[in-house]
Design a protein around this ligand. Structure first.
Ligand SMILES: Nc1ncnc2c1ncn2[C@@H]1O[C@H](COP(=O)(O)OP(=O)(O)OP(=O)(O)O)[C@@H](O)[C@H]1O
Ligand SMILES: [Mg+2]
Length: 366
């Protein structure tokens, strides 16, 4: 078991601890993934995973966000025993990913970033083949295939070869294949990348269903921030191989700043501005009273807004319009990573990047 290392500062959800520029998780008894100082340095000093520490709790949907080349797939590959770390350690379901790899594999399922289904086989055959790899008896495998094909809406096309599937159908098949052996932890590496909104929404539904019906732990990487926002209990942001934040979605949003309140009044003058500045909690007054509109940044709008409205009321200033803007996960992501998208080749200090290796679910480790 790993030792807990804490930096005693503020806590947003009672479990996370923050330090300057990063949030660290307090390991809890029900952790199913424990990662400590994990490292993967590729030849040429490409620090894909650079001393990463975090825990994932049983039954949670854990989001792993980061720009291209941040180290998400590499981390997943190590946790799935597909790749050996160059430093640190990781335990999955109580087993070490290096020394107890086969034990780890029994309890996990992976939907990899790259498609791995056999295109010459039918959808059903792919699922049954995966069942054989897990030594599931035929009768049970057949029943399971029926269930999974139904779950991902491929029952009608189960006997078509995968080559004839659309991209969304292939991705849904990958999802089903990863679930064949009822894993305790399901790793989803970009499960919805490139899919249309209908298919994405249906995959989100599957994830919610799995979570509510089976208490499965889900480790999810995604580029869609609204996906992470809507699905994940907690989110880690990784950049240049380092975890730069780990918290709930609300915690991450709060950490980058408060709510912005825009007020339009009949008359705005210095007295009004002074009143706004004097209200407890107003941390920033953006802009001037131009066009009789003021923009105010506050830690929590539900606390500040009544005081602001009371201030206008006391000065007999009519309020024409009020808008409250909550910080978004996009803002938090930008704050922590400094950009929305990144050219992978420019990551790691401009070192030439190498695309993540194409791998089977549990292929040879490197
Ligand atoms: N087999 C490899 N050999 C050398 N470098 C690699 C290898 N696999 C990944 N890298 C490099 O490691 C870094 C992290 O890659 P990784 O695939 O983990 O990123 P990612 O966060 O999953 O990115 P994306 O969002 O584009 O999928 C990148 O700079 C990548 O080029
Ligand atoms: Mg990746």
């Amino acid at each position: 078991m790993f030792e807990a290392k804490f930096i005693p500062q503020t806590s947003t959800d009672g479990r996370t601890q923050s330090c300057i520029g990063a949030h660290w998780i307090m390991p809890s008894d029900n952790s199913v993934i424990k990662v400590q100082n994990l490292q993967k340095i590729f030849p040429g000093d490409v620090r894909a995973v650079d001393s990463v520490t975090f825990d994932v709790r049983e039954g949670e949907v854990f989001g792993f966000l980061g720009p291209n080349g941040a180290g998400k797939t590499t981390t997943i590959s190590i946790l799935n025993t597909l790749m050996l770390p160059t430093g640190g350690r990781a335990e999955v379901l109580g087993s070490d990913v290096v020394t107890q790899a086969s034990k780890v594999r029994k309890g996990i399922g992976l939907v990899p970033q790259d498609l791995t289904s056999d295109e010459e086989l039918t959808g059903r055959e792919n699922i049954e083949l995966q069942s054989q790899l897990y030594h599931i008896p035929y009768a049970e495998a057949s029943k399971r295939a029926d269930e999974l094909l139904g779950l991902v809406g491929l029952t009608d096309s189960q006997d078509r070869i995968v080559k004839t599937y659309s991209g969304g159908m292939k991705k849904r098949l990958e999802f089903a294949t990863g679930l064949v052996h009822k894993p305790k932890i399901l790793f989803l590496d970009e499960p919805t990348l490139g899919l249309d909104i209908q298919t994405r929404t249906s995959i989100w539904e599957h994830i919610r269903k799995l979570r509510s019906e089976s208490n499965m732990t889900i480790f999810l990487t995604t580029h869609y921030l609204e996906e992470a926002d809507g699905l994940c209990d907690r989110i880690a942001i990784i950049d240049h191989g380092k975890i730069v934040a780990l918290d709930t979605s609300d915690g991450l949003k709060k950490a980058v700043g408060g709510d912005v309140i825009e007020v339009e009044v009949a008359e705005c003058n210095m007295d009004v501005l002074e009143m706004l500045k004097s209200i407890k909690g107003v941390t920033l007054l953006e802009g001037k009273c131009s066009g009789n509109k003021a923009r105010i940044k506050v830690p929590e709008s539900n606390v500040a807004l009544p005081l602001i409205l009371e201030g206008f009321w006391n000065r007999k200033v009519a309020v024409l319009n009020v808008a409250v803007k909550k910080p978004s996960l996009d803002q938090a992501f930008m704050e922590y990573t400094g950009r929305e998208l990144r050219d992978e080749d420019k990551g790691n200090g401009g070192k030439p990047g190498v695309p993540a290796a194409k791998k089977g679910r549990f292929g040879r480790r490197r």
